[in-house]
Design a protein. Structure first.
Length: 300
């Protein structure tokens, strides 16, 4: 059995850092993550650089990556302008994402939910007409810091909306880390059934320390593709108290112990996390990168 982890450290991981990571270093991280076995990597978001300064070099990163044929390099887009920039940057895989929360939608994309749903269809149409593989995303699918509970039936209606647009992949995000294993397992089972042959991806944050329990619950519900970030980096600038994604190393290690294959060398990924910790001057949220290569402890 196989689980695929999409590396989000370059986008979700970097977007909230105070210290801007140089383009040259980003390119080095991309090469090293791919060398560690990553087959899907989100390298940037096409958003206004004033709002997310870390992504100001999105086009430059895209133009300078050393692409490998068996690796998916993607970019996040929140509006038509983002799609146009992604197309011009030469990417062939775009993540078009909107929020299940009306309040978060207005803060994150400056659009009401109804406006965002209408814009989403246009984003997908423009992408598909240019031969782009589209991952359709639903943010805040399991809770919102501004609105609280997000009704599961509302999320399922958005799933139907996304599938009707002709997306190639469907992604749900616990953007706030508010979801719990029971809630998530029940909803994802319904989502997987609705999606049919469309791959389902889950984006988990560990804000309330339930991210890895939610990962397990989702595997039981049939999800096989997950977003992670090396070192447990991540967070949204427009969500109060947002913290990191589940860590790539930690998730891969747990998956291996559960009998899944990921194809990842977690020692190589952990080394990248340790180096970034040194650069930033503080510990990252992940746990495994601090443990895995110590000589005085055993790992199972």
């Amino acid at each position: 059995m196989k689980i695929i982890l999409e590396e989000q450290g370059l986008r979700d991981g970097f977007q909230t850092l105070d210290q801007v990571i140089p383009t040259k270093k980003k390119l080095e991280y991309i090469d090293r993550l791919v060398d560690a076995g990553i087959k899907r990597i989100q390298i940037a978001s096409f958003v206004h650089p004033r709002l997310v300064p870390q992504m100001a070099d999105a086009e430059e990163v895209c133009s300078k990556i050393k692409k490998k044929e068996d690796v998916i390099y993607s970019g996040l887009v929140l509006n038509l302008k983002g799609v146009e920039r992604g197309l011009a940057a030469g990417l062939d895989h775009l993540a078009c994402s909107i929020s299940a929360s009306n309040t978060h939608s207005q803060k994150n994309a400056r659009l009401t939910l109804d406006q965002a749903k209408s814009a989403f269809k246009e984003m997908v149409q423009l992408s598909k007409s240019n031969g782009i593989t589209v991952r359709g995303g639903i943010q805040c699918a399991f809770g919102c810091r501004y609105e609280g509970k997000i009704d599961a039936n509302h999320v399922l209606d958005m799933v139907d909306h996304h599938l009707d647009t002709g997306i190639d992949e469907l992604a749900l995000a616990d953007s706030t880390g508010m979801g719990n294993p029971k809630q998530l397992g029940e909803l994802m089972q319904k989502v997987v059934e609705k999606a049919g042959d469309i791959p389902v991806i889950l984006h988990l944050h560990n804000t309330e320390n339930k991210g890895y329990a939610n990962f397990y619950a989702a595997t039981e519900a049939g999800v096989r593709i997950f977003d992670t970030a090396f070192g447990g980096l991540g967070g949204c600038p427009f969500i109060k108290s947002a913290t990191g994604n589940i860590a790539t190393e930690d998730t891969a290690h747990a998956a291996h112990q559960m009998g899944y294959e990921t194809g990842l060398n977690i020692h190589k990924i952990a080394k990248i996390s340790r180096e970034l910790e040194s650069t930033l001057g503080y510990k990252l949220p992940g746990q495994l990168y601090q443990l895995i290569d110590k000589e005085d402890i055993k790992m199972i």
